[in-house]
Design a protein. Structure first.
Length: 608
């Protein structure tokens, strides 16, 4: 993996392919390459490093081919180098492919193919696919693709071109996203909408098991048994400006500052102030099941898992429904108990997270009702869930999620409010919550005004190599998320803990060299966390506290404070995480890190 672009049309393929790769750089990668059908031959250019290195490689070469594929690779098999970069070709240099995913039985297949005389040049699992195409070729590339896909085990998003078929390209998908953008006499295949939005808003999403044959004048989608599949063209609802930096030095900073509008978008049209409830139209067909369920399961990965933890607190407090949170990667493999009346929410920004998609399918197979919370319209999770809610955060380019996290939490709050009003939450209580929700965007604006002070604190924190984050109640998952942001983009080792757990081990780490970030806004645990901070100070620890405006008690036992407006406990996770996002950003910038493309990370994790 990580980024795929394919082009067939009337224009020169190279600039379109390279531009598409640039649009996918945010996903993270370690090498880049292109393959073209040029004058009856396959021409390949690839290199370790960024797309700019690929541009240098081809700068003085003139290519006119109108059919080609391109790829940015994030290493899974074989170190990042020129040889392991995609595209890969067969022994005869007749077929070229790019691939996202992992082939699990590649060693067995490689041994088989080497026994047949095939010569391998890379250490990748991907190369076995193109040699299998060659081995299985009997005159029809489509038949070869079908036979090959039946022999490989694992996941793939594949684009295939052949010098012998210069008027078409093929795409196949299983577990790794692919879409087709339909233009005027041209088509672009990509792993992400960002690569095609400059050229068209007409999109066809491929589903698992489908194989597309794409020509300049049209496309055909079939299953491996050659059964034709009717595909619906969908419209992208955002434009190219939304994936530009808009004057900010990094996408992450832009997206942090977009949270007032992204949260407003998540709210728009969904609150009923008079009845003190939320209306989530995507769930309307499942209201009786939601009302009568005896258990809700939330499953997700990474930042979305932290949002799910907050969702657990919200649903149990406001709706009184037992709720469990599961790592999707563990849920799918541990034979979980899912009952017929259970509601399973799967949460994913991209809607393509492999482990979350696996958990979705496991829950459905066991008979649960599966509802989705995701950002990307038309994504696989959005299509495969029984129903769901979009968070409407808009495109999120920075690898470290910010606005998607707060929008996920806000949607979970509205779900909890809706469930609560269906059960025992009074209209008056509901109205108070609605009022608090409506105030969130303006409160966010106030928090963002702390940016300069947070930057100053970030310069101090940047000198350290470790940090601890503490929170209690709703703010414990916020501590986890704050620590994750710091480690993701600044490479500082950071851990989040429930503050009360400090005495059960982590307090041994406290000295003058261990910075501690405490989320200490006012709630029922306020006095408790103040005691925890005092314990740290007694051991010479350095403490930065997130506090409510005007708080003097916590200020007295802290080295630094960042003030945020006082809010009701159920909205504090959305408010309190903002300064932690900004802190991580400024620390990473101070340390000279690549904020938007942190090492070893991909935006959408489509492999296990």
């Amino acid at each position: 993996m990580c980024g795929i672009v394919g082009y067939i049309g009337k224009g020169c393929a190279v600039p379109i392919l390279v531009d598409g790769l640039k649009r996918l750089e945010y996903r993270g990668y370690d090498s880049a390459g292109i393959a073209l059908v040029e004058n009856g031959s396959i021409v390949i250019e690839k290199t370790r490093g960024k797309v700019v290195e690929l541009e240098k490689l081809i700068a003085n070469k003139e290519y006119a081919g109108t059919l080609g594929v391109a790829h940015t690779r994030w290493a899974t098999h074989g170190v990042p180098n020129n040889t392991n970069a995609h595209p890969h070709t067969d022994c005869k240099n007749e077929i070229a492919i790019v691939h996202n995913g992992i082939i699990e039985n590649y060693k067995t297949l490689k041994a088989y193919l080497e026994g047949k005389g095939h010569c391998f040049t890379s250490d990748t699992d991907t190369e076995v696919i193109v040699h299998l195409f060659e081995e299985n070729h009997n005159g029809s590339l489509f038949d070869s693709i079908c036979m090959t896909l039946s022999e490989i085990e694992g996941t793939y998003g594949l684009v295939i071109i052949s010098k012998n078929e210069p008027d078409r390209m093929y795409a196949a998908r299983k577990g790794s996203p692919l879409l087709i953008g339909k233009g005027d006499g041209e088509f672009i295949i990509a792993s992400d909408v960002a690569a095609v939005v400059k050229h068209t808003k007409d999109i066809i999403y491929l589903d698992d098991g489908e194989i597309a044959e794409v020509r300049r004048d049209g496309f055909l989608v079939k299953m491996a048994n050659k059964e034709k599949v009717s595909k619906k063209i969908q419209q992208i609802t955002w434009d190219i400006e939304m994936i530009e930096k808009g004057g900010h030095p990094h996408f992450m900073l832009k997206e942090i500052h977009e949270q007032r509008s992204s949260l407003q978008n998540a709210i728009r049209g969904r609150l009923n102030p008079n009845q003190g409830t939320a209306r989530l139209d995507g769930l309307l067909g499942y209201m009786n099941k939601l009302k009568n369920t005896s258990r809700i399961i939330l499953t997700s990965c990474g930042t979305s898992w932290h949002a799910a933890l907050i969702g657990e607190y919200l649903i149990e407090e406001l709706a009184g429904i037992p709720c469990e949170v599961e790592y999707a990667s563990e849920f799918r493999y541990r034979n979980p108990v899912v009952r017929k009346d259970d509601i399973v929410f799967v949460i994913s920004q991209s809607g393509e997270t492999a482990d979350t998609l696996g958990a979705l399918r496991e829950a459905k197979q066991k008979g649960g009702t599966v509802l989705g919370i995701c950002n990307v319209v038309g994504s696989t999770i959005a299509r495969e869930c029984d129903a769901g809610v979009y968070i409407h955060a808009g495109p999120e380019i920075g690898v470290a999620s910010t606005k998607a996290f707060t929008s996920q939490v806000l949607v979970l709050l509205m779900v909890a409010l809706m469930l609560g009003r269906m059960r025992s939450l009074s209209k008056e209580e509901g109205r108070a919550i609605v009022k608090e929700i409506e105030s969130i965007p303006s409160v966010i604006e106030k928090v963002l005004k702390n940016d300069d002070k947070i930057k100053e604190i970030g310069l101090r924190l940047a000198a350290h190599n470790n940090a601890l984050y503490l929170g209690r109640g709703y703010n414990f998952p916020v501590a986890l998320e704050g620590a994750l942001k710091l480690k993701e983009i600044s490479y500082i080792h950071a851990e989040g803990y429930p503050a009360a757990e400090m005495k059960h081990g982590p307090i041994a780490l406290i000295d003058e060299n261990m910075p501690v970030i405490a989320i200490a806004t006012k709630d029922i645990t306020y006095e408790k966390i103040m005691s925890n901070i005092s314990e740290i100070k007694a051991r010479r620890g350095w403490v930065l506290s997130i506090v409510n405006s005007g708080d003097v008690k916590i200020k007295e036992v802290s080295d630094e404070i960042i003030e945020v407006p006082e809010s009701k406990p159920y909205v504090t996770p959305i408010i309190n995480v903002i300064p932690l996002q900004l802190l991580a950003y400024h620390v990473a910038v101070a340390r000279g890190c690549n904020v938007d493309q942190p090492r070893n990370l991909a935006k959408s994790v489509t492999v296990e």
